[in-house]
Design a protein around this ligand. Structure first.
Ligand SMILES: [Zn+2]
Length: 397
């Protein structure tokens, strides 16, 4: 047995209670998008305790912990904002008072993705304690606003903070498998104008709702035609909202628009997706419809506004990548079994790191993607978080 892998496993087990305690601290500190300040402080304290060489916060409010100062630069990322808990009636416990049951931790954000953050900080501690890092500068980033605008935080880290990693591990939930990509996405708006007139004589006007309705039906057909990729699956498009304007409820609509959620598979780009929607409008008899990508320009908790287009490109790390080969070898060494190499269904910060910048990325994180953003229900016998008792899913071989 490789003694390094054995030492990593042993130390991880010894630190289990501490890791669980840190994750419950993170869950107890709500951190909705653009409201992450408090949880960033909790992470900063833990990083300092774990012996990180440097801990700092960037202009958008993300935290960057550094270990080592070697010539090769890599990064581990966890976004630490979460979605809201939704209807509290649907939870059997307070989502911000985490529970521990059946070897799992329950609460808002445990899966997506504070579990990844907790694991990362202690991975840094173990790397340092065991002296495993002799050639790397390793950044551990706790990033903001991902749930609202995936990748924005990494656009900022790469362009403004000048981080230059050769490789990044994203710790979004992979059910402890290794993921190597996902579909991209974009938010598209289609708008048409009509001509208003009195509702009692509609033939005098030009109803914008009829126009947008025809376009919406063409979008449905477009979805059926979109291409399929063997690894990533099919590109999709769907109408998620329709709005119209009219001077009165007794007048013909003078304007209408639809919002499209477009998921992009391999080979599909912003230009190709927009051209298809313009074509759909033409097929619907509305060649003058306005088709455009929406913008994101919300303020971070620091007050910083860093606008971006809502275009999140597809990315895939190629199957023969040496990073993937090394990751599979290390995974197998530590966990005693080969990983499943797969893809995410949802989108991650990889859209900026790999999709926009072409930096190789992989995913490895605790928690199952299917529980992300979900409400949780526990059997009545559940215990509260303290004192933590925890059994790992994996059995060290
Ligand atoms: Zn996430």
């Amino acid at each position: 047995m490789n003694t390094t892998y054995h030492a990593i496993r042993k130390r991880s087990k010894e630190l289990q209670r501490e890791i669980v305690r840190f994750l419950t601290d993170l869950v107890r500190t709500p951190s909705f998008s653009s409201q992450e300040k408090k949880v960033i402080q909790v992470i900063g304290k833990e990083m300092k305790k774990a012996g990180f060489d440097q801990v700092r916060i960037d202009g958008l409010g993300s935290i960057i912990g550094r270990m080592g100062d070697g010539p090769r630069v890599i990064a581990f990322d966890a976004h630490i904002d979460t979605v809201y808990a939704g209807d509290r009636q649907q939870w059997s416990f307070d989502p911000f008072q985490p529970r521990i049951k059946d070897g799992k931790i329950w609460g808002r954000g445990t899966v997506d993705q504070k579990g990844g953050m907790a694991a990362m900080v202690y991975a840094g501690k173990i790397i340092k304690e065991l002296g495993l890092n002799d050639q790397f500068t390793i950044y551990f980033t706790g990033t903001v606003m991902e749930e609202d605008c995936d990748g924005l935080c990494w656009q900022y880290l790469l362009k403004e903070e000048k981080l230059k990693p050769e490789f990044v591990v994203i710790t979004e939930p992979t059910n402890l498998n290794i993921y190597r990509g996902h579909r991209g996405r974009m938010e598209i708006r289609v708008e048409v104008k009509g001509r208003s007139c009195h509702g009692s004589a509609p033939e005098r006007g030009d109803n914008a709702i009829y126009k947008i309705a025809r376009i919406a039906l063409e979008i449905e057909k477009l979805n059926g035609r979109l291409r399929k990729d063997r690894f990533l699956g099919k590109g999709t498009v769907t109408v998620t909202e329709a709005r119209s304007s009219s001077p009165s409820l007794c007048a013909v609509a003078d304007g209408a628009g639809i919002h499209l959620d477009r998921r992009l598979t391999a080979g599909e780009t912003k230009a190709s997706a927009l051209a298809e929607v313009r074509d759909a409008a033409k097929r619907a008899g509305c060649p003058d419809a306005k088709v455009f990508v929406l913008n994101y320009a919300e303020a971070a908790y620091t007050g910083k506004v860093y606008p971006t287009e809502k275009y999140y490109p597809t990315w895939v790390l190629e199957e023969k990548s040496p990073y993937l080969k090394d990751a599979v070898a290390a995974y197998t060494g530590v966990l005693g079994k080969a990983p499943l190499v797969d893809k995410w269904t949802f989108s991650t910060n990889g859209v900026a790191i790999a999709g926009m910048k072409g930096i190789p990325c992989l995913g490895l994180g605790p928690g199952n993607e299917v529980y992300a953003h979900a409400r949780m229900r526990l059997a009545p016998s559940s215990t509260s978080a303290a004192p933590p008792r925890f059994t790992p899913h994996w059995s060290p071989g």
